[in-house]
Design a protein around this ligand. Sequence first.
Ligand SMILES: [Zn+2]
Length: 409
Amino acid sequence: MNQPTPTLLRFLKGAVGAAAAAFAHMKRPFLFNPCLDPAMVNLQQNPLLERVWQGLDPAKVWDCHVHLAGIGDSDHGLYVGHKFQSLRHPVFYSQRLFYMNAACAANGPGTVDDNYAQRLRRIAINIPGGFKAMLLAFDWYHDDQGREIPELSTFYVPDSYARQLAEKYPEVFEWVASIHPYRPDAVDRLEAAAAQGARAIKWLPAAQNIDPASSRCDGFFAALARLKLPLIIHCGKEEAAQGENLLPLGNPLRLRRALDAGVRVVVAHCASTGDDEDFDKPGTRQTSFALFARLMERQEWKENLFGDISAIVFRNRKPEIIKTLLDRHDWHGRLLNGSDYPLPGILPLISLSRLVRHGLLAKEALADLRTLRQCNALYFDLALKRSLGWRGKTFSPQVFETRAFFGTA
Ligand SMILES: [Zn+2]
């Protein structure tokens, strides 16, 4: 997950002040999502939503970055790190509250995990026919010997839970496995996941202790290439990192090993936050996005390097990155839409008026988008991305029609 930890609190301070003033006039929610009924969005008569689907086949639209989460109050095997459970860590604690509110899951003890999944299913059903959400599992932090270390894990979502939901509700869900490559049985697990219909593998290197540039990943990369399973990997800054020393693991330049091995690599969020060491100019640093962009320009990886556009609209991203991504039509065949759900449902995390101020969004879209965010955070993210424009350029339909990319495996 793209963790908004300290930044979120900074936003909240600003947002509380600004929104309190606005609230006095508009009486619209600004901090907590009121979680309205997703069925209240009138699909037939809403011009914004009609525009969302112009030139787009809903059956080909798969959201490739949807977090499955909860608080571990079910028997599905979910685990959330103790910091998120304790008031002694107010930042993490409030982060959990925001996530669960954004997912509209916080109704009564003992039901949060199930509420999370059921709300997700309901909002996915309320997006026109064929749309699917790709549910991400999330493996434990492992030590260098490949042993699971729950105490150092931010959260854990078993492959089995993501798979079971996709099997139970195939009309709206696909699933993505998460397997740590240092595990002695990593390749066996990978083969089993592929046989059971996983559409990709998800890693978050700085939170899971994975160095994609290590030779320890070679066997795993060879199997990924053989099975034609894409690797969705978080690059750039990661607030959920277990210690500063793991942050460099998210450097996009560390992906060269996987790319050379023929793996289809999807860089989550197009590495749109943070900066990293520039190995090509030792001793200097570059934004993570610039390093991602450098890899995108390389001819030899044009067939296997991709980026997902989840989280690019969050406040902690520079609008210039959205402008670049909209402008680079030559990249659009290699960009894949994802939402980073449930984060788009966190009201203070996306400022729509800021996007208007930067010329990326028409003012007329604001009211509908705000309503949609309260009814259906998944649909809101899709509608927002479809509404973005810069100097007449929008994201091509192929950015959203991701089924062919993930469905061939
Ligand atoms: Zn994420």
